[in-house]
Design a protein around this ligand. Structure first.
Ligand SMILES: Nc1ncnc2c1ncn2[C@@H]1O[C@H](COP(=O)(O)OP(=O)(O)O)[C@@H](O)[C@H]1O
Ligand SMILES: [Mg+2]
Length: 363
């Protein structure tokens, strides 16, 4: 980067006071995040709250020649507008995922940045909209020849849910992410269990239930980075070999978030994954194709399953995945030889390069 860029690291934590360390009061088995609750998954094992993470990120960037500052918009668009008019950042590092508890407004936030003409990191509104719906994602990917598990969607409660799918099946809320609503009970073996779980999703998540064929096999997380010339970073695999017998090999809500649960400790990421050259090449080309088809930009993670008969299925595409140091996307970036701050600066630079395509309207 030539000049010292001013970067606003923007996020939305409306209730920072919720980040108090109270693991004992945490209701066990609670699986609902998203629009229906105001609970924040946070555990005593976490060293930093998300807000502290952003502050640390900004200070690390400051040590590396970027003039970074954090801004919590606290569910108030005026806070954002005033700050941007005052500080006139060159680039916004966008971490806003919800507005007033509504994840569907994620795309509107970057829409606003586009209207203001400020370069921002990550996916544009269309990609955020496309990827938010797991069903739309599948339809778009299928249209370009990418395999996804066979599926059917149920939007309303019925006395019988008719389908032609092969058991076992997995039932997911159609618009959630971060494994919300994905538990051992999400996998069903017969129509009775299927009905119970569909009713559960319709009732507690208040959104359609996506029913998919369950793909046994290996799970791959594929990080893609770049704008026009995107590249695939070393592939990460979830090792399920130590999962106890009574649990399905999935990255459930508990596996992702609950350190008190065995699944959290037995879903072990391995990066780089050991794959044959042929599979690796196939995974690469599917990841890039999925990234482009969904309209992603800068950084994304494509979740895949490699079935026992060596077919590659895309489960979902995650635009703007978590950038916590040492985890997920960053694990792959580090395996590629990019340090944490190098990766952040690369992402900032993709956004900065796009300034030529936008006219800045901030007065
Ligand atoms: N069709 C499927 N077959 C096998 N496992 C699945 C399937 N769908 C989801 N899973 C498991 O559930 C996890 C979460 O599902 P995913 O579609 O990636 O949703 P999320 O947005 O919550 O991450 C996956 O990482 C995988 O372990
Ligand atoms: Mg996923």
């Amino acid at each position: 980067m030539k000049k010292k860029l001013k970067v606003a690291v923007i996020f939305n934590e409306a209730n920072p006071e919720l980040y108090i360390k109270k693991p004992k009061e945490f209701p066990s088995g609670l699986t609902h995040v998203g629009k229906n609750t105001n609970f924040v998954p946070y555990f005593e094992y976490d060293n930093l709250t998300p807000i502290e993470e952003y502050e640390l990120m900004a200070s690390r960037l400051n040590q590396e020649g970027v003039e970074a500052y954090v801004l919590n918009i606290k569910d108030d668009i005026d806070v954002l507008l005033k700050n941007i008019k005052k500080h006139k950042p060159d680039v916004v590092f966008n971490f806003v995922e919800v507005y007033k508890d509504n994840a569907r407004l994620e795309m509107n936030m970057v829409g606003l940045l586009e209207l203001l003409g400020i370069p921002y990191t990550g996916a544009p509104p269309m990609a955020l909209a496309n990827c938010q719906s797991k069903v739309l994602t599948k339809r778009l990917l299928n249209a370009v020849g990418i395999l996804t598990p066979q599926f059917i969607v149920f939007r309303h409660k019925l006395t019988q849910y008719k389908h032609k799918l092969q058991f076992p099946l997995i039932i997911k809320p159609a618009f959630e992410d971060a494994s919300a609503g994905i538990e051992n009970e999400s996998i069903v073996m017969d129509n009775k269990e299927l009905k119970d779980r569909i009713n559960y999703v319709l009732k507690y998540f208040d959104q359609p239930a996506l029913v998919e064929e369950f793909i046994e096999g290996r799970e791959l997380n594929v990080a893609v980075m770049g704008d026009k010339d995107s590249v695939v970073l070393p592939i990460s695999e979830i090792d399920f070999s130590e999962m106890p017998e009574h649990l399905h090999n999935i990255v459930s809500y508990q596996a992702k978030w609950d350190p008190h649960n065995v699944a959290y400790h037995k879903t072990i990421p391995i990066c780089p994954a050991v794959l044959t050259k042929r599979i690796e090449e196939k995974v690469h080309s599917i990841a890039i194709k999925a990234f482009k088809t969904m309209g992603c930009r800068d950084y994304a993670r494509v979740d895949m399953r490699l079935s026992k008969d060596k077919k590659i299925y895309v489960l979902e595409v995650n635009p703007n995945p978590d950038l916590t140091e040492g985890a997920g996307f960053m694990r792959s970036a580090e395996a590629a030889g990019y340090s944490y701050t190098t990766t952040l600066k690369k992402i900032i630079n993709y956004a900065w390069k796009r300034r030529k395509n936008v006219r800045n309207f901030v007065k």
